[in-house]
Design a protein around this ligand. Structure first.
Ligand code: XMP
Length: 323
């Protein structure tokens, strides 16, 4: 029978059997999935695990600090932080096709991990043979790996892996849905801020800019996203919505009037959704006052943005992310 205790015990045993006395590395994304996967592996093989956090420059405001502080405090795991912003931005320069972006980000992730592996090898000796990933059941299904359904998006942690990958994968969450992952996280003693965290995609803000990805656009989107999150939290809506992608339409401009005159700026899209498992979703009926506050603040505080629009599409037909 399904209990979180059983899941933890089973997975810990399976991880011990798979990893043996080898070493594993786990990429932390700041999200609940990778954190719970890492905590499971940490429980199973302890110091044989090294966590790697790749700061790819596509993170939201404050995210890196949260991983460095909260996760390490909760698990005692070894953490190596790699600053790879320039590398990712160089690789993404001029690329606007969503699948292309996902492939590039997935590929660079693996490259950075391979480099981290070499460094860990030099520092610690024994071979790093396993890569821990927080792949969930819906990721497996949507990438065509589970039931043979068509490949909808190549999620960077499944279909976007390059062919010459050098690691064997450890995917302890492969059979779980998000709510189950949260329960397992709780069972493992992870703090509330991590366990109740709303989902955020591995490719980060890179797939929330419609158009090519630049540092300026990322900074702009980071500001808008931080405002939306702040106001949603202040309104007590975090538990009501599954997640709220904030999207920059970098290739779209519209006319506005701000301050002394005419502007020609970009729209920001709010995409609040409610969902059970991300396979389907409905758009969240947020209170008008909250939407008004977010809209006013974003247009006042974020340069180059003169319009905020609300996405009222369910999934299907729209996916949750815009890319
Ligand atoms: P879509 O856009 O396919 O998103 O409706 C479903 C859920 O998956 C998240 N998502 C990702 N998560 N790597 C991830 O770890 C990815 O490449 C990725 N793409 C989408 C998305 O935020 C939503 O929760």
């Amino acid at each position: 029978n399904w209990t979180t205790t059983n899941v933890v015990e089973e997975q810990v045993a399976a991880i011990r059997a798979q990893v043996g006395d080898k070493r594993a590395i786990c990429g932390l994304s700041g999200g609940v999935d990778s954190a719970v996967a890492a905590a499971l592996v940490q429980k199973a093989v302890g110091s044989q695990l090294t966590c790697v956090y790749v700061d790819h420059g596509l993170m939201r405001k404050g995210e890196t600090e949260q991983v460095e502080k909260d996760f390490v405090a909760a698990t005692g795991a070894k953490l190596k932080v790699v600053d790879a912003e320039k590398r990712f931005l160089d690789a993404l320069a001029g690329v606007s096709d969503p699948e292309e972006k996902r492939k590039i980000i997935g590929r660079e992730f693996i490259r950075v991990f391979e480099q981290a592996q070499l460094e860990i090898l030099q520092e610690e000796g024994p071979e790093v043979a396993f890569l821990v990933q927080g792949t969930l059941y819906p990721d497996v299904v949507e990438s065509g790996g589970g039931t043979g359904t068509a490949n909808i998006k190549s999620h960077h942690n499944v279909g976007g892996l390059p062919d010459d990958i050098e690691f064997q994968l450890v995917e302890p969450l492969r059979q779980l849905f998000k709510d189950e992952v949260r329960m397992v996280g709780q069972e493992l003693g992870l703090p509330e801020e991590i366990v109740q965290r709303q989902p955020f995609p591995g490719p980060g803000l890179g797939i929330r800019i419609v158009g090519d990805v630049t540092k300026d656009r990322l900074d702009l989107l980071r500001e808008a996203d931080a405002i939306a999150r702040e106001e949603l939290t202040a309104a007590g809506l975090d538990r009501d919505i599954w997640q709220c992608p904030v999207v920059l339409l970098a290739d779209v401009r519209s006319v506005g009037v701000q301050g002394d005159g005419r502007t020609y700026g970009h729209p920001i899209v709010l995409r609040p959704v409610s969902s059970e498992d991300a396979m389907t979703a409905d758009w969240s009926r947020l209170p008008y006052e909250t939407l008004a506050k977010i809209s006013t603040r974003i247009t006042n505080e974020v340069a180059d943005v003169n319009r905020v629009v609300l996405d009222v599409t369910s999934k299907p037909p729209g996916t949750i992310e815009w890319e």
